[in-house]
Structures are given as structure tokens and as C-alpha cells.
Design a protein around this ligand. Structure first.
Ligand SMILES: [Zn+2]
Length: 317
């Protein structure tokens, strides 16, 4: 049950409410760059044809927790930037000579309209750019109340939150330029998923947080497997997450596995999808054996189940 004390990013008003885990149809919108002119005021040149011709943004109607993929095809030598609501989004290479920006959304991001702006500047100074509004749907997340024993509840304090932040901050701030994941992510446990992403949590009657991943009920000692290829960048015991593993999958995508009982891997290990990395446990802020799986995109805790499906330009084989 990863939640707010470990946050280390923006705080915004929480919106809520829609069925968590609702499947999202992936629609790819194809849009063509608008030529706005060149800084030299020259007429359009043939280099434009070799330029980025189209931008694909998917899904067409994202729900809070989804990851929005902005794919700019064949940019050639153009310098491409992407902004989301005016803030720069990291750009990385994608298959086929394209470049890609990933925008993580979560329950803290207000439902409604958000802007995506793509700019491509050619070596000769020609600038193309295009903007599009995307409409983020509310996740309509349910509420859960958790009652923790006093000694467990006492773990929730500023000192422990700071320890977690210091440990997880560097791991989740990694922006490895290459893609290490291949295809859809797979579930890390065969246990039953008993707590969905985005639940609005009340602990011992107060402290409203939301659930930044999915939980699996599994017996202590059950194997926990890597959800995709990557590098283990954190494997250590933390006060709230308990025994914790973080895997870097490249391009700002990381997964975390918490409340473990034992490590099978160490920091620096390369793992493949399905590699056993740890054992289910009951360490940290839990009431019994449970595996919490989280997935971060540029530090945003998104819905990991979105990544278990084949999405064009992201996880499609
Ligand atoms: Zn959890």
C-alpha cells in the first residue's frame, strides 16, 4: 500500500471517482504538423518533406492512471520538444527512427482538458509545431478504509517518510535513455489482485491517501517476478515499504515491489521478464502478507495494469 508519505513531487487537488481498472480502448489519432514558417522567411523547402510528418497521441480518451504516449515519426535531424501543460516532457528514441514522450497521469491530475504541444526545429531553422488538447477522464476511484494496529500505524511519521524519500528519490529519478522493456509487462505474482490502483485510502479513520499501485494477496515466501526486463536499482529495507525492490526499465519507467520478505536479486543485477527477484512478505506498512506493485513514468505513479496490455508505440510487440 504505497501512499503519500513517500511522495516527492507536486501536490495538487485530488479529484476522483470512476471505476478503477476500467479498460481503455486505445485509439491512435494521427495529426499532421502545421508549417508555421521559417526563421529566415524563406518559402517551404524540400527538407520539410524529410521532417517529422505526423504525431500520434494515444490513448485518445485517457483515464486517470493511464500513460499517454506521444510518438513523433521520422523526425530526421530535427530537434523535437514536447510540452504537457507547458512543462517539458523527456524525449527518447523509439523504434523506427521515431522519438517518444511518455506522459504519466494519476488521480492528482485534474480530469478535463490538458495541452500537448510538439515543436520540431530543423537544422535550417524551419519550425513546425502543433498543439492538441487531450481530455483526461476521471478514474472514479473507490474508497477503502484500513485499520492498522497502533504499532504499525506509528510507522507513518515524518522521519520514516524522509527515509523513504531519500532512498526512492534517486531510483525513481533515473532517466536511462535506452528502452529495456519489451512488449507488455506481466503481473509480478500469481496471487489474487485484491486492491486496485487509485483507491482513496483512509487509515485508522483519517489521513486520506490514494493507492499508488496494485496489491496481490499471496502466501509469505511466494515468488515475485520482474514484470519486464531492466536493471535492479534498489534492493533494501525501508520503514514503510518494507523490503523493497525497484527496477529501472529505461526511458523514465521504473517498477517497485514492496512488503517483500527476502531478496533474490541485488542492486545492479540485470533481470528479464519473469525472473524471480524476491519473495512475498509482510514487511512495512501492511496487515499481512501482500505484494504491492507500482509503476512510475517520469516519477508519476501510474496504473501498472495499463502497461500489461499491448499499446501502440509503447508495449505493442
Ligand atoms: Zn499497495
Amino acid at each position: 500500500m504505497r501512499n503519500s508519505p513517500t511522495r516527492f513531487r507536486r501536490s495538487r487537488a485530488t479529484t476522483a471517482i470512476r471505476i478503477a481498472g476500467a479498460s481503455v480502448a486505445v485509439a491512435v489519432a494521427t495529426l499532421t504538423f502545421v508549417h508555421l514558417g521559417s526563421v529566415t522567411a524563406a518559402p517551404p523547402t524540400p527538407t520539410l518533406e524529410a521532417f517529422a510528418e505526423e504525431v500520434q497521441i494515444s490513448p485518445d480518451a485517457p483515464v486517470q492512471g493511464d500513460t499517454v504516449t506521444v510518438l513523433i515519426a521520422a523526425p530526421g535531424r530535427a530537434r523535437v520538444t514536447v510540452q504537457f501543460d507547458g512543462a517539458a516532457v523527456p524525449i527518447f528514441s523509439a523504434p523506427g527512427g521515431a522519438v517518444r514522450a511518455l506522459i504519466g497521469t494519476d488521480p492528482d491530475m485534474a480530469a478535463g482538458s490538458h495541452s500537448v504541444r510538439v515543436t520540431a526545429k530543423a537544422a535550417n531553422g524551419t519550425i513546425h509545431h502543433f498543439s492538441r488538447m487531450i481530455k483526461l477522464q476521471s478514474g472514479r476511484f473507490a474508497v477503502r478504509s484500513v485499520t492498522l494496529p497502533a504499532h504499525t500505524y506509528a510507522l507513518i511519521n515524518p522521519k520514516n517518510a524522509a527515509i523513504e524519500r531519500e532512498a526512492l528519490g534517486p531510483a525513481l529519478s533515473r532517466r536511462t535513455p535506452t528502452t529495456l522493456w519489451h512488449g507488455p509487462f506481466q503481473l509480478p505474482s500469481t496471487g489474487v489482485m485484491d486492491s486496485p490502483y487509485g483507491l482513496q485510502g483512509f487509515y485508522n479513520g483519517h489521513r486520506a491517501w490514494w493507492h499508488m499501485g496494485v496489491d496481490f494477496a499471496a502466501p509469505e515466501g511466494d515468488p515475485v517476478t520482474a514484470t519486464n526486463d531492466g536493471v535492479v536499482v534498489l534492493a533494501r529495507a525501508l520503514p514503510l515499504g518494507g523490503t523493497t525492490v525497484v527496477i529501472d526499465h529505461g526511458q523514465g519507467v521504473e517498477t517497485e515491489y514492496i512488503h517483500l520478505s527476502a531478496f533474490v536479486v541485488r542492486e545492479g543485477d540485470h533481470v528479464e521478464k519473469g525472473t524471480v527477484i524476491a519473495r512475498v512478505g509482510a514487511t512495512g506498512l501492511v496487515t499481512g502478507p501482500s505484494l504491492h506493485w507500482g509503476l512510475f513514468v517520469n516519477g508519476i505513479p501510474v496504473n501498472p495494469l495499463f502497461w500489461t496490455a499491448a499499446h501502440p508505440g509503447l508495449t505493442a510487440p
